[in-house]
Design a protein around this ligand. Structure first.
Ligand code: NG6
Ligand code: CA
Length: 561
């Protein structure tokens, strides 16, 4: 009898211990490791007496419980290019199917108010990777393919954060933040003297800039992948190399895609590019295989590091121009190449998720899917995107898109999925800026941000993991002409700026105006400027911008020349 009583008591104590752990972990999942430590301290003796298999956690020199590496989630930022708020089925698209992204959204949180840091790639990515607004750092406009490294080795990056926390780190896909130590002086036939290995990435397999810019080769670990010694590479953004055809002079050679504007310099794979190049031979990419190459290298990295925590910045080429997807994605939607590129992006997502599942890593992998800026339909090639758009709304209910100060420039789709910690089927309309992902993820993996690093990034991990829906007090949005707008949940303020109302070429409404603009965001499509009726709000919004600008710049001298 006494024996039975004793067992019942032990059973109750043990269930109490378990339910405490479970409820705490549910409330603050990312604190799991700390809580584990807390509970082991509180109930450790009892639990270990009853359960000889409770793991004993190693301690470091200071006596802190060391984090069990296997508890650390893998983290993947799956970053699309120019993918708009309305481009995915799970964000309202009906003319293209995105089953893999839909499933990812269902498995976690669909975020409806996430903002990229800028309306073009280079400044947006700069902010995401450094946690610092691009306006603080010279040379962060849309980079040429031969720009020197824009993020300098002394800067703290998101990759450093993960590396310091013991992760294997990689950048795969589109880069667009410069390579080598100086602008225009790279020797593409040798090891580059400065590359992603200098800013925290253990591994990289990247396109130097964008698919529409030379050099049209992948760079792996600081040198050209599949380098072809019979075809030495030269790159210039100043002048052509004698005897090399260009889109302007030899339009008959543009057998894959013709330009609608720009893109008339070197020709690679029957497509005109920005910038000149010579050589490359077997190393030159074929646009139709880019998604396959990126996915293959991403899967390779996952496989190689399946036994240890890893961080992968996986930046797809899709859906940037030139849109020239693999044949197997063509013709399955009515929107032509732009729709096919969205389908190809979806396929990439499916590849990653599938591989994680196959390796048993899916549950403890945190995937953040988003885009670097808003959408554009005609970005310089005759791919019939405008003609075939139909009633598809690339920016969803928002006005304009890429380059613009209007919301369509920076509001982007975003999904967070981490089956082990984040409950499935959630939605969050919290106001979020990608600038905060560095500090939030650093907090998750307990990486300390050094003084002076990532100064604009705030730890908002709770929002990212769906524990709360706290808005960032305000979000800054940088347009192509450097206008910094500010957004709160309720308001959007666009300061006066110079520039055309329509950006010709992409035929995009810029939102630039000599008048201050204030919009009430309860109507997502910015239409009714209420700046004159709401001077107090205007003043308040201006003060946010002033406050941020007053924090100054961190890097003012150009990299070279
Ligand atoms: C523009 C290009 C556009 C695209 C963009 C950068 C022309 C006419 N247009 O200058 O095609 O490359 O730069 O896009 O050249 S981003 O998404 O990488 O910022
Ligand atoms: Ca982009």
């Amino acid at each position: 009898m006494a024996d039975t009583m004793c067992r019942v008591l032990l059973y109750h104590l043990f269930s109490l211990f378990l339910s405490n752990v479970v409820s705490h972990v549910k409330k603050k999942p990312y604190l799991c490791i700390t809580m584990k430590r807390h509970f082991l301290l509180r109930y450790g003796t009892l639990a270990s007496a009853m359960l000889p298999i409770v793991p004993t956690l190693a301690k470091d020199k200071k006596g802190n419980v060391a984090v069990d590496k296997r508890e650390q989630p893998n983290v993947i930022i799956l970053y699309a290019d120019d993918l708009g708020y309305g481009d995915l089925e799970c964000f309202g698209a009906t003319r293209v199917q995105t089953p893999n992204v839909n499933a990812l959204a269902k498995s976690g949180i669909r975020f409806t108010n996430v903002h990229a840091i800028a309306a073009t790639s280079t400044p947006s990515r700069y902010g995401l990777l450094t946690g610092e607004y691009a306006f603080r750092h010279a040379g962060t406009d849309i980079a040429r393919g031969n720009a020197g490294m824009i993020i300098r080795p002394e800067q703290f990056t998101i990759a450093d954060a993960f590396k310091n926390a013991g992760y294997a780190t990689a950048a795969i896909g589109k880069w667009h933040l410069g390579l080598g130590d100086k602008d225009g002086e790279q020797d593409w036939n040798a090891q580059l003297p400065m590359h992603l290995g200098d800013i925290g990435f253990d591994y990289h397999y990247i396109m130097a800039a964008t698919a529409d810019r030379t050099p049209c080769v992948f760079i792996e670990q600081g040198h050209v992948a599949n380098y072809d010694p019979t075809a030495p590479i030269q790159v210039s953004y100043e002048e052509n190399f004698p005897g090399e055809p260009t889109g302007k002079e030899n339009p008959e050679l543009l057998y894959n895609l013709k330009a609608s504007h720009g893109h008339n310099q070197s020709i690679v794979n029957g497509i005109g590019r920005i910038g000149y190049m010579k050589g490359g031979g077997k190393a030159l990419w074929k646009d139709e295989n880019i998604a396959d190459s990126i996915a293959a290298h991403a899967l390779g990295f996952i496989q190689k590091h399946q036994q240890e925590p890893f961080f992968m910045y996986l930046a797809t080429n899709d859906v940037h121009v030139p849109r020239f997807p693999h044949e197997r994605f063509r013709g399955k939607n009515p929107m032509g190449f732009r729709g096919d590129a969205i389908a190809q992006f979806d396929w990439t997502v499916g590849q990653i998720v599938g591989e994680l599942e196959r390796l048993g890593l899916r549950k403890n992998t945190l995937i953040i899917l988003s885009s670097d800026n808003g959408p554009v339909v005609d970005d310089g090639y005759q791919d019939r995107a405008v003609e075939l758009l139909g009633d598809h709304k690339p920016a969803g209910p928002y006005r304009a898109g890429k380059y613009s100060t209007f919301e369509g420039g920076t509001i982007v789709p975003a999904i967070v999925s981490w089956p082990k910690r984040v409950e499935a089927g959630q939605e969050s309309d919290a106001l979020v800026s990608q600038i905060d992902w560095l500090a939030s993820l650093s907090a998750l993996v307990k990486a300390r941000i050094p003084k002076g690093g990532a100064t604009d990034s705030q730890n908002r991990l709770g929002t990212l993991l769906g524990e709360n829906k706290d808005d960032r007090p305000y979000v800054l949005e940088q347009a192509a002409n450097h206008t910094i707008s500010v957004r709160t949940r309720m308001w959007k303020y666009i300061p006066p700026s110079q520039g055309p109302a329509i950006i010709s070429g992409p035929n995009m409404e810029s939102g630039y105006s000599r008048e201050p603009q204030l919009y009430n965001m309860s109507q997502p499509y910015e239409q009714q400027n209420v700046a004159l009726e709401q001077p107090k709000v205007v003043f308040e919004m201006q003060a946010y911008i002033e406050k941020e600008r007053a924090k100054g710049t961190t890097y003012t001298s150009p990299i070279s020349k």
